[in-house]
Design a binder for this molecule. Structure first.
Ligand code: S3P
Length: 448
């Protein structure tokens, strides 16, 4: 992060939110564009790349391993790849900052190259579990020296040729799935991942686009994804759609601030990512898709969102994988609904950039919301649309989504809600505050 001092922020909405906005490029697709482009032979051209700190960490790592990654304009990037098998050993440790996706996917990439790399990250990333990728990648032949508990800093000694495996995912995780598929790219034979629960499928879609031999078939155990190794990737023209996870904050904001009427342009609506729209609609949110189309092999649409009274729901457990990053925003929506929303079956929230169950329980609780915390979720009793009492300073815990969610909550609060540090927002959404202002909100950078 660029600034060394915490930046406390409070947002307020003197009136309705109005106007249209464009959300930044999808974070998952942006990471993959750089990684897959780096493995292709020739030049991949990317437009709409998210220029947040997490994605820039991936760009830096790919450069450190021999790829040429250049920015030719806002969101416009070119990657000259080294070809599968061609990654070079980085000379210094790879600093992954706050980014779990960069770390886990790159561990997969490196595991089947005969190079050694050390991964380091910030305090949040250094607390996150890496055993979930260390275990399958070790079976493929890679060797790891990790910090206690299978955490960063860790050193990975890759191997070539690696051994192909068939691996059933013990946790619903697109990062683990993708790490194994990426390791499979430079592994002779067929590497298989069996996914009992469908998670975001950007790797499968994009690897198909890059020309690899990848197939997806149903089975009794779940989705079987098979990739043939020693693959050759063809460079691509990639148009990155807008990130539904970033759009989620404005869906909630417009729903809770009376009189609001906004259009969020170019939102990716891949069904493996659109659970938040389903959940909010079930609560009564007024979200209308306009001009549904395709961009970069993904469905996209503009979303018109108008203020609407929200009612509590029991969030279906099976929505969890398609909205796993959106629970903090959903909890904020629930805080303004009438009744008690129960969202469980989301244990994975405990191991995100922060423990998002504990973080949101503490943050909303401090703002006067009645919360019950479970091991795998929260019950939130809402105000029925009234402002939150507020008057609290909340801890964002190096977690961009906690900071943004509570920023949205502060738009409709009796007394100000101060997010103790807005710097983490830059990991995924550098223009978040400017966008809030453009929609009619006011931002106050509070002195400490
Ligand atoms: C991601 C997968 C999810 C998600 C993360 C991005 C990806 O993580 O939370 O923000 O791009 O593959 P898990 O695989 O840990 O569920």
């Amino acid at each position: 992060m660029n600034r060394s001092e915490p930046r406390p922020l409070t947002l307020s909405a003197p009136g309705p939110l109005t106007g249209s906005l464009t959300v930044p490029g999808d974070k998952s697709i942006s990471h993959r564009s750089l990684m897959f482009g780096g493995l292709a032979v020739g030049e991949t051209h990317i437009t709409g790349l998210l220029e947040g700190e997490d994605v820039l960490a991936t760009a830096a790592a790919m450069r450190a391993m021999g790829c040429t990654v250049t920015r030719s304009g806002p969101g416009e990037w070119r990657v000259s790849g080294v070809g599968v098998g061609g990654l070079l050993q980085p000379e210094t440790a790879l600093d992954m900052g706050n980014s779990g996706t960069s770390t886990r996917l790159l561990m997969g990439l490196i595991a089947s190259h005969a190079i050694t790399a050390t991964f380091i990250g910030d305090a949040s990333l250094s607390r996150r579990p890496m055993a979930r990728v260390i275990e399958p990648l070790s079976t493929m032949g890679a060797d790891f020296t990790a910090s206690p508990g299978g955490r960063l800093p860790l050193t990975l000694r890759g191997i070539s040729p690696a051994v192909p495996i068939t691996y059933t995912l013990p946790v619903a995780s697109a990062q683990v799935k993708s790490a194994i598929l990426l390791a499979g790219l430079n592994t002779p034979g067929i590497t298989r991942v069996i996914e009992p629960v469908l998670t975001r499928d950007h790797s499968e879609r994009m690897l198909t686009g890059f020309g690899t031999d990848i197939s997806v078939e149903p089975s009794d155990q779940g989705r079987v994804i098979s990739i043939r190794g020693e693959a050759e990737l063809r460079p691509q023209q990639i148009v990155v759609p807008g990130d539904p996870s970033s759009a989620a904050f404005w869906m909630v904001a417009a729903s809770i601030v009376p009189g609001s009427d906004i259009v969020i342009r170019n939102v990716g609506l891949n069904p493996t990512r659109s659970g938040i729209a389903t959940a909010l609609r079930a609560m009564g949110a007024d979200i209308v898709e306009q001009d549904t189309r395709e961009a970069g092999g993904e469905p996209v649409a503009d979303l018109r969102v108008r203020h609407a009274p929200l009612s509590a729901i029991e969030v279906p457990h099976d929505l969890a994988p398609s909205m796993i990053d959106e629970y903090p925003a959903l909890f904020v929506a629930a805080a303004f609904a009438s009744g008690r929303t129960v969202a469980r079956g989301a244990h994975e929230l405990r191991v995100k950039e922060s423990d998002r169950i504990a973080a949101m329980a503490a943050a909303l609780g401090a703002c006067g919301v009645e919360i019950e915390e479970f091991e795998d979720g929260l019950a939130v009793t809402g105000t029925g649309g009234d402002p939150l009492p507020g008057g609290a300073r909340i801890a964002s815990l190096l977690d961009h989504r906690i900071a943004m969610s509570m920023g949205i909550a502060s738009l409709h609060a009796g007394k100000p809600i101060v997010v103790d540090d807005a710097r983490p927002i830059a990991t995924s959404y550098p223009d978040f505050t400017d966008t809030a202002i453009a929609l009619g909100a006011e931002a106050h950078w509070v002195t400490q």
